[in-house]
Ligand binder design. Sequence first.
Ligand SMILES: Nc1ncnc2c1ncn2[C@@H]1O[C@H](COP(=O)(O)OP(=O)(O)OP(=O)(O)O)[C@@H](O)[C@H]1O
Ligand SMILES: [Mg+2]
Length: 260
Amino acid sequence: MTFSIAVSGKGGAGKTTITALLLKNFIKKVKGPILVIDADPNSNLNEALGVEIKNTVGDLREKFLKSKDNLPPELSKEDHLSYLIQSSMVETDDFDFIAMGRPEGPGCYCFINNILRKILDTISKHYPLVLIDTEAGLEHFSRRTTRDLELLLIITDPTISGARTAKRIKELCKELHISIGKTLLIVNRVSSYVKERIDELVKISGVDYAGIIPEDPLIQQFNSEGKPLFDLPSSSIALNAVSNIVDEIILQLIKRQVLL
Ligand SMILES: Nc1ncnc2c1ncn2[C@@H]1O[C@H](COP(=O)(O)OP(=O)(O)OP(=O)(O)O)[C@@H](O)[C@H]1O
Ligand SMILES: [Mg+2]
């Protein structure tokens, strides 16, 4: 059984940052391999995690399309593509990583994208936990590149517009019949905590509240020095806040579904 978590929200809300901090937590608290998928075409999760991408799935699809007529006949197209994807996966001691890259190019990609989706679903089944950083905007939900999820985390900054985006994301998932076990809201970059203000954002979003992540000067410092957020020290206030949300809510959800 796989527990899939997608991190979504308005552009710049902190999706990639929180995905990195969640992963850091899960590695300590969850047994078994973790698959991390960067589903943002403008991939930068790898930088936050300090890993290098060999090829994105989009790159491999292009290579495959160019070479598909010269493949050995004994190899099915699906097996060949599956092999390409598995060999491009970044494997570390703590997690495996795959970047989706560009979803489309000129021409029709429906057929190949369907094969890719099937391959990724098969790969995901080998992991008890899959963590997905999504792109800003809602198109990926409409394109159905976001698959069924056990947990959708919606990140918002402490603004009304972020909370409204959270509401739209939740509504769209419902309209599109994406099966989601639980949807939770995280309010990020909170510099002065005022309970009434947070309550108002939660109410506007209509999403169940998971917690806040404070504005963390260490994150800015790491970014300006080009250091991976994955190396944030345990003194990071954002890392500690993510840790509390994981302990108090997310681990319970995971344990209920998957025996880890
Ligand atoms: N808790 C925080 N404290 C301080 N800075 C933060 C915090 N969360 C995010 N940031 C900063 O906010 C900016 C946007 O964060 P991030 O890239 O994680 O957002 P995103 O939602 O992934 O953006 P995009 O929509 O472009 O993918 C980055 O400069 C990041 O360092
Ligand atoms: Mg991002």
